[in-house]
Write a protein that binds this ligand. Structure first.
Ligand SMILES: Nc1nc2c(ncn2[C@@H]2O[C@H](COP(=O)(O)OP(=O)(O)OP(=O)(O)O)[C@@H](O)[C@H]2O)c(=O)[nH]1
Ligand SMILES: [Mg+2]
Ligand SMILES: [Zn+2]
Length: 336
């Protein structure tokens, strides 16, 4: 039995479903089968049509040959791994997360470059992004280390958290409180599954042995796990960070394959895809609610970042702007 509202079910986007169809949320996808959480319990459903991923909301029915998926509902957010070898849906690691936490561990040394690239994916998902400095119990000065790391992610707080002592878990618990979904991404061994177990309060996910080698990919599937009394947390296998800079836009385009397709369908040759464009495929998708505003904004922001990385004059302007904003923040801080 699952309380779907606790998992964030907000009703059908467009009114009624055909008779006999009922909603559910995908918790796990294996090769040919998925696990669906419904109000009446868990169902194992054989996959036939549309591909799905953990976190998807779907409509299902019980047919003569057993339960079947009827429709995948539009995704509000989608965390996408930029892997050019796969189709768009195959790249989705977590659907409909409200918050994506990028997990970077104290041990081995946190890597600012990887953090930045994973954050780009988190922003691109359309969800709220957050940074977690995991295994804080292993650092002598976790707060200092977090502050040091914060310097590489302007405007974002880095939260030290320990699955062993429970320190800082409250910050994450809020993100998967009733009705909310938190997704965890990060390198293999960063401590994602350990955080899931800490949030759920019992060992639902396997974690590596303490003496196990690094980069072993203990978790091999994506899983959505309901949190007692609350929302849900999505665990993902260790994610290799994608290069954003080195391929001048290819990484961004891969992360936003759906928008790139829409842009290519746009009737205008040189379109900025903003609100006013009549006949623009991107604007139309935004208006129909098929493309999340935040995801679109993230795409534009990242396209801009890529332009900055390849144009030294634009880069200088961007750096000057970051310093200007810091000055403004500092002045404000002095006032209150
Ligand atoms: N000291 C300490 N060790 C931790 C903590 N969290 C995780 N670990 C250890 O770190 C190792 C990796 O943890 P996992 O939770 O399996 O890491 P993961 O990110 O899920 O890894 P993959 O599934 O491979 O992506 C295990 O040996 C854990 O016991 C923590 O807060 N403190
Ligand atoms: Mg894991
Ligand atoms: Zn357009």
């Amino acid at each position: 039995m699952t309380d779907l509202a606790a998992l964030g079910w907000a009703g059908l986007p467009d009114g009624e479903a055909p008779r006999g169809w009922f909603p559910g949320r995908i918790s796990r996808v294996d090769r040919r089968w998925c696990t669906l959480l419904t109000a009446d319990g868990e169902l194992r459903i054989r996959l036939t049509g549309e591909p799905v991923c953990s976190g998807d909301w779907v409509l299902a029915s019980i047919g003569a040959y057993g339960p079947r998926l009827e429709r995948v509902l539009p995704r509000r957010t989608a965390l996408v791994r930029a892997d050019p070898g796969q189709d768009t849906v195959g790249q989705i690691v977590a659907a409909n997360a409200d918050t994506v936490a990028v997990v970077e561990s104290v041990e081995p040394t946190p890597n600012a470059g990887r953090l930045e690239r994973l954050l780009a994916l988190a922003w691109a998902s359309g969800a709220k992004a957050l940074v977690v400095l995991a295994k804080s119990d292993l650092a002598s000065e976790p707060v200092l280390l977090a502050a040091h790391l914060e310097a590489s992610v302007p405007g974002l707080a880095v939260h030290p958290v320990s699955a062993v002592t429970g320190d800082g878990i409250g910050v994450l618990a809020e993100e998967c409180a009733w009705g909310r979904t938190l997704a965890l991404v990060g390198a293999s061994g960063a401590g994602k599954s350990s955080l899931v177990n800490a949030l759920v309060g019992r060992p639902v996910m396997n974690t590596a042995e303490i003496r196990g080698g690094r980069g072993r990919h203990t978790t091999t599937f994506r899983a959505l796990v309901p949190v007692p009394g609350g929302g849900a947390v999505i665990d993902t296998p260790g994610l290799r960070a994608v290069g954003m800079a080195e391929s001048s836009g290819a990484g961004v385009d891969a992360a936003f394959a759906d928008i790139v397709v829409l842009a290519s369908l746009c009737r205008h040759g040189d379109c900025r895809h903003d609100e006013r464009a009549e006949g623009c495929a991107v604007v139309a998708a935004l208006e129909r609610g098929e493309l999340a505003r935040r995801r679109f904004d993230a795409w534009r922001r990242l396209r801009h970042d890529v332009a900055v990385q390849t144009d030294p004059r634009a880069a200088r302007r961007a750096v000057a702007e970051v310093f200007r904003q810091r000055r403004v923040r500092r002045q404000h801080r002095g006032k209150y």
